[in-house]
Design a protein around this ligand. Structure first.
Ligand code: GDP
Ligand code: MG
Length: 433
């Protein structure tokens, strides 16, 4: 999945025009990649339509290219596909906490139980493992050895016939030792699936675990949806862990199947070793899929622009003018040519800034330099600019505190004027408010 998504990103980056034809070709590539990775057909279709619609209706903010915008939209849509905006890794909300692992044989339950134990132990918890797989020969010993290796508590009883008895005994014994997180490894193979499900339901009813995690093998592709549904019908699934995502080209099936059932992916397994477990955060995962080291920076830049736009929309709606508006107006005016000409063009005398900048190109550039040294926050909320900020701004712009103060005074004067004008619903020539 990753290798082929890289190809899509590459294509976006190499595309010059990004017109309808280019975008269609890119979307077709994307569809091929996702379908090949077993992502559900309808999900793929919806996603493609949304990407196109968003791309062709969105304005390209200044400082960004069309390519940036398309990559950002692709990123956001893939994040949504994989479970949306949960940016926080899995947390244990209370102790003691019981986690029951379910899943078919070979999905990686026992390995994942040990990985989780190690993960939580490293967070400082007292962790215990309970071996409730009484079917697979050696299951008890496998988990016991892993527990010893990691150095966590273990409970098992190879002579007990019923998994339910083991779980009940194990919880009693381990909680008496103040174990905080109990992880229960269950069986995955039965002669018939119904018997397995009955056992899972029985343990679930008696134990009432705080979380049930379904372990799913990414290499199984589409089969994953059926499995997830079968378990989901019988017991409420809290979370999903997708294993064997290392080297699996078909991980998309698992990822999207899970997203479609509404269960959250808590972790992913990326190898056979005990440290190969990662908390699943869609944003990070997608960033890695898209293979762009600078993606995070790009997304941050977009978010910053969006935040500023929201803030400004609010201010403008309430009739306020910010330094950011002033700065942009000055830059606009600057583009028009020499200042004296511009003032003439604007009919000079009615411009509120005239008094402060008249005849002085230098003054004008000084203002822009000063505002370039201000932070976004200062431009939006000039009232926070105290003396120490003034000193910093003066230093940064090669001006003096007096210059900064002068600019702020002019700004305040102008703002007053704008308010008055706003109240009388008139507009200032040259200022598009
Ligand atoms: P169980 O039957 O569900 O308990 O599955 P096991 O934990 O015994 O694992 C079955 C096989 O999958 C073992 O060979 C594991 O080493 C392997 N396995 C588990 N998780 C991963 C993973 O994330 N990546 C890879 N490559 N192999 C894994
Ligand atoms: Mg096992």
């Amino acid at each position: 999945l990753r290798a082929s998504l890289l190809g899509v990103v590459e294509k976006i980056r190499n595309s010059v025009l990004l017109d309808t034809r280019d975008v269609d070709a890119i979307i077709r590539d994307l569809q091929r990649v996702l379908l090949k990775a077993d992502v559900d057909v309808k999900l793929v279709f919806d996603l493609s339509e949304r990407i196109k619609k968003r791309f062709f209706s969105q304005e390209i903010p200044s400082g960004f290219s069309k390519r940036d915008v398309l990559i950002k939209i692709l990123y956001e849509e893939l994040v949504t596909l994989l479970g949306g905006e949960n940016t926080t890794p899995y947390v244990v909300p209370k102790t003691p906490y019981t986690i029951m692992l379910v899943g078919i044989e070979g999905s990686g339950k026992t390995t994942t139980a040990a990985k989780l134990a190690k993960y939580f132990k490293e967070q400082g918890y007292r962790v215990g493992l309970i071996a409730a797989d009484t079917y697979r020969p050696g299951a008890h010993d496998q988990l016991k050895q892993l527990a010893e290796k990691i150095g966590v508590y273990f409970y098992g009883n190879p002579h007990s016939k019923t998994p339910l008895a083991i779980v009940e005994e194990g919880v009693k014994e381990l909680t008496s030792k103040n174990v905080q997180i109990l992880i229960i490894d269950t069986a995955g193979r039965h002669k018939d699936e119904e018997a397995l499900m009955r056992e899972v339901v029985e343990i679930h009813e008696s134990l009432k675990p705080d979380d049930v995690m379904l372990i799913i093998d990414a290499t199984l592709g589409k089969e994953v949806s059926r499995q997830a549904a079968a378990f989901h019908e019988r017991i409420p699934l809290g979370h999903v862990i997708i294993t064997k995502l290392d080297g699996s080209a078909r991980g998309g099936g698992a990822l999207s199947a899970v997203a479609a059932t509404g269960a959250r992916i808590a972790f992913i397994g990326t190898g056979e070793k005990l440290e190969d477990l990662e908390p699943f955060v869609p944003q990070k995962f997608v960033a890695r899929l898209l293979g762009m080291p600078d993606l995070e920076a790009l997304i941050k830049r977009f978010q910053a622009v969006e935040a500023v736009e929201r803030e400004r929309a609010k201010l403008i709606a309430s009739g306020k003018i910010t330094l950011l508006d002033l700065k942009e107006q000055l830059l606009e005016v600057r583009k028009l040519g020499p200042l004296s000409k511009v003032l003439e063009m604007l009919g000079g005398s009615s411009l509120p800034l005239k008094g402060s900048i008249e005849g002085s190109e230098e003054e004008f550039d000084k203002w822009i330099a000063i505002m370039n040294s201000m932070t976004q926050e200062e431009l939006l909320k000039p009232e926070i600019i105290d003396r120490s900020r003034m000193m910093r701004i003066a230093r940064g712009s090669g001006t003096s505190v007096r210059d900064v103060r002068k600019l702020l005074d002019s700004y305040h004067q102008m703002r007053k004027l704008v308010r008055q004008l706003y109240r009388s619903r008139r507009r200032i020539p040259g200022l598009n408010l």
